[in-house]
Design a protein around this ligand. Sequence first.
Ligand SMILES: *Cc1c(COP(=O)(O)O)cnc(C)c1O
Length: 855
Amino acid sequence: MIIKASYSNTPVWHDVHVHSILPEELRPLEEIAHNLWWVWSEEAKEIFELLDYEEYEKCGKNPVALLQNLRTEKTEEIMKNADLMARIGRLHQSYKNYIGTPFDADRPSIAYFSMEYGLSHALKIYSGGLGVLAGDYLKEASDSRVDMTAVGFLYRHGYFTQTLSVDGQQIANYEAQNFGSLPITQVLDEHNKPVVLEVPFHDRTIYSNIWKVSVGRIQLYLMDTDLEHNSEYDRSITHQLYGGDWENRMKQEYLLGVGGILLLKRLGIRKDVYHMNEGHAALISAKRLRDYVQEEKLSFNEALEVVRASTLYTVHTPVPAGHDYFEESLIRKYMEPLVNKIGIPWYQFMDMGRDNPGTNEKFSMSVFALNTAQESNGVSKLHGLVSQEMFQPVWKGYFPQELHVGYVTNGVHLPTWATSSVKRIYENNLGEDFYQDQSNPEIWKKVYDISDEEIWGLRMHLKEKLVDYIKSEFVDGWLKNQAAPTRIISMLDEIRPGSLIIGFSRRFATYKRAHLLFSDLDRLAKILNNPERPVTFIFAGKAHPADGGGQSLIKHIVEISRRPEFLGKIIFLENYDMRLAKRLVSGVDIWLNTPTRLQEASGTSGEKAIMNGVLNLSVLDGWWYEGYVEGAGWALTAKRTYENQAFQDELDASTLYTMLESEIIPLYYAHNSNGYSPQWVKFVKKSIAEIAPHYTTKRMMDDYFDRFYMKLAQRSKKLAENNYAKAKEIVRWKEDTASKWDKIEVIKLEFEPVQEVDINNGKNKIYGEVVIDKKDIAAELGLECVVVDYDSTANKVEFVEKYEFNLLKTEGSRLFFQTREALNDPGTHQYALRIYPKNPDLPHRMDFAYVKWIS
Ligand SMILES: *Cc1c(COP(=O)(O)O)cnc(C)c1O
């Protein structure tokens, strides 16, 4: 027997989480850490920092993790600190007061569905703008005391974190989140066992955990399929946000819609209005249709009437290519059993997701959403118009301008996005009621009374904080990636708070045109390297891992930033997330945005910048199209000069350089004897006072109630009363009209559009007499003359105006119409007459878009 010097096999290490058990006196902190209210409470964040600054930094400013890792010596130290303990007591009291205030009973309740929520950097269930908007909206619902419940996913890996290779290639890392140290709690049943949601898929049941995220007064419920009840294959359904193949996306959208409604039912939650945040959530309607048919014994048409009346669909994507389309075979696999339960043939369901029913087009989630939602909206004024164009094919008898598709411009949650020092200035100068009344422009006028020195001082303070942040957070990475330490040192030397700093940070999609700035590198180098007036550009942003174009853009920028003449002048910061976003939107001087026009639905980062006294320089697109005020920022022209995008880019780049050279840089450096630029401060004040009040989520929330939620809640209530009497009556009326529509006959048509000139106003008049036999249709009919400009070569029809005929009399089934109206729009136009059904119980014409053209 040989005795070896040493002998051992390899150990298998198991995780053991040793959480500190907090003493009774510190338990309130645990409660606060588990409610994302702390994200917008400066006092809470300050106290977490005071508990153990190093540990707080180490765990990425995650209060739950901080409390779990507090060492006993620390807790003892904290408990001996009477001041701190008193502060904790007061914080807990104000938290309880906030949480204890009841919901506003005068407003309807809302169920909100979204694929992503950006609430805090500590909870990685968002990728970008859409998610941050949804997160801000929940916070506002809490502040505005709106009775809202939200549904989404808890992703094991979330969206990726970004690092860059030495040559500027984006590396996407998917790190698993440790659910145990997130600000979430698992929903338990009456026996304290985790609730496991059972969602019937076509051939099996998918199980899901339910997690609760408290966002102030609001609850957000998240589904997660990563549990042992599921096969290995199904556990990964909720691993990644926007990862995986089309089939996984199908499963996610099925789970969000069908599972989302089941989840609310399981928890006994019913709401007045169901809001789909983007088409990903469209299948909530399929599930609700099934439930009304199966449980309330409604016919399919009746169920659709009820579902539509309580549903709002918000679209965020301006180009059709950005929407989800599913192959028929894929959607059939997942949806057919449910559609059978709804009781309609498969082709009828498919057609609800098609622009052109009866064809073999793919299934569009947005079209299905439109067909099952009474109301829908885009996210800025301009995007509302773009959406009307995009969705017109769904309502063939009508023109884009006539559609019911409206808009609510996105806003940002002010208490989240304004930094603590900015908030302090607002609190001190704008008065007590400031937050409650933050969308009131009058209140903001007090910004003009703040001294120039205070505004400039604030701006400098925020810039210093950004520069410090860059130095403390990024230098290690640069040393790893960019070799020569001497270069890093000279680079750091160049990054100075006194320079004009311009930020450009967003998703790297090609339409955002991050390359625009680099069209003329010599000219750019001259602008940046003027020793009297130095300028620094900071870039950040992720490209979707499947977007090669976006990734090569990042690489291109990184390469340029490595050139000697741009060292420390063009900086790319890795891993744009909410934390970095907040530093950037407050710490730069100018927020630059250069999207291809009509492709930025709204954008919100520029609104965050406004809240912090940062000026916008942006293409007139998205929110800036309506937000821009002269003397309060800069607008790159709205006009499109060239059809050719490359020419347009060149022109826009040249305009951008000229504006920087001749206007913006001189303005920033027009320092007076006190060392600041009074003209710049004037811009900043005007930007805050005139623009900020219109772009808060408070204003946005109020708009959603005024434009959509109120009328949906009122009408759907009316439809449901007395066992759905009104819904059934409307369906009988629709079925009668639809089945007899083609019988309508024109008996007499005498119409002469330009027959006489009105001597009073010199306008042309139209005159017409039409007799229609509606046969046995019960519905009343309307008749109108529609005037258009028809371009036969391009086959394009532009709506000009329309004139309603008067119904003179009715004889049996015959309707006698007449019109005598002045034409408003001079020029040569085309016209046609349009018959449509009339019913005051319908919310709008698109609700029952039957049209018969005659001429
Ligand atoms: C606000 C925000 C966005 C949205 O910005 P856009 O204006 O749409 O580009 C994206 N990502 C993060 C991390 C944000 O905080």
